[in-house]
Design a binder for this molecule. Structure first.
Ligand code: ZN
Length: 348
């Protein structure tokens, strides 16, 4: 694919590879440890697309849950301020192995709200920064000890109400002292107001940006349905989805196709099969499926964006532009970097 937009701090210092390996050894259960050690050692995932750290398809590689915290605590926004953060959820992304974590962040000045995407299945942390951020200087005590104003749990009243969580994460009297600092920063509700733009992004995160979450929604919506055909089609969809998670795309597509044979109006099956074709690089088939979904549901912004990716790879820029514009019209936030690359490639 097209890994672009790398940003590296000139004098970036982090814990050594040995220190990071020790963390992995010490802090994680065997299964997760093995996944991390087998993961790609990189600053940016090689199959990534879109803007680094700001899109689900280009998450920041880090090592484990503590790696996420250690990474985010080093980031500074444009004000130069430290970030408060919590983890909203995880999503499955078709080109990325294992789920991607979505964090909501805000600087302690309350000015910069953001969503950052991280991926914790790697042996070391990335040395790249997302656009708009710098790294703080490496501190041999604090940077190693995870003194962070955030957590990888979801905090319903974020950025408020995190005292207990932070105290537990750090422990001891240092933890208590740190919580006092947090409470000093975060006490004024008028300072932490999300912008309309940011709220819109949160809505999208909760909704359309994840085919597998749509599947979960579908399962809970349709659990009561007794129609046998529907159940059979749904069973094939689930089976296909399981194959897809194992990256067995041929078997996955076979099952999605069976689901569609039983129920020719099965929108979600076309949608997921289209994404699977796209993952496989079978662009013509992907476009056919996406087009079918668009006919059934012309308001599905994500599908227009999915189809635009297929056109982009096929270098059919006119059609790519058309779909990008349509996706935007429907409220989909397309990465600026993708737009810039499209502009460059299409000569517009
Ligand atoms: Zn800021």
């Amino acid at each position: 694919m097209f890994p672009f937009f790398k940003k590296k701090s000139k004098d970036f210092v982090d814990e050594t590879r040995e220190e990071q390996a020790k963390d992995i050894e010490k802090l994680y259960p065997v299964e997760l440890k093995e996944k991390m050690l087998a993961g790609e050692e990189c600053d940016q995932i090689s199959s990534a697309t879109g803007e680094f750290g700001h899109s689900a398809t280009n998450p920041i590689p880090v090592n484990g849950h503590w790696g996420e915290i250690k990474y985010i605590q080093r980031l500074r926004c444009a004000c130069g301020a430290i970030l408060l953060f919590h983890r909203l959820r995880s999503v499955e992304v078709s080109l990325i192995n294992e789920p991607v974590d979505i964090f909501e962040t805000v600087c302690i000045d309350g000015k910069h709200w953001d969503l950052l995407y991280l991926h914790l299945y790697h042996p070391r942390r990335s040395t790249f920064m997302p656009k708009g951020y710098t790294f703080s200087r490496f501190d041999p005590l604090y940077s190693k000890a995870c003194f962070a104003l955030g957590t990888n749990k979801i905090m319903e009243d974020f950025p408020f109400g995190m005292s207990t969580e932070l105290a537990e994460n750090l422990g001891g009297t240092m933890g208590d002292r740190f919580v006092k600092l947090y409470e000093k920063y975060v006490n004024d509700r008028s300072k932490f107001k999300r912008s309309q733009d940011h709220l819109k992004k949160l809505e999208i995160i909760a909704g359309i940006n994840n085919i597998h979450s749509n599947l979960a929604q579908f399962e809970s919506d349709h659990i009561e349905q007794s129609d046998l055909n529907t159940k059979n089609a749904e069973a094939y969809l689930k089976k296909g989805n399981a194959y897809s998670k194992e990256k067995n795309y041929d078997q996955a597509i076979l099952n999605f196709t069976k689901a569609i044979e039983i129920n020719s109006n099965f929108e979600l099956a076309y949608k997921i099969r289209g994404h699977t074709f796209l993952t496989q690089g079978n662009l013509t088939q992907a476009i056919l499926d996406f087009t079918k979904v668009i006919k059934m549901n012309p308001k599905d912004a994500e599908i227009y964006f999915g189809r635009s990716l297929a056109y982009f790879i096929l270098r059919d820029y006119e059609k790519c532009w058309r779909d990008v514009h349509k996706a935007q019209e429907l409220g989909y936030i397309v990465d600026q970097e993708f737009i810039d690359t499209l502009k460059k490639n299409s000569g517009r």
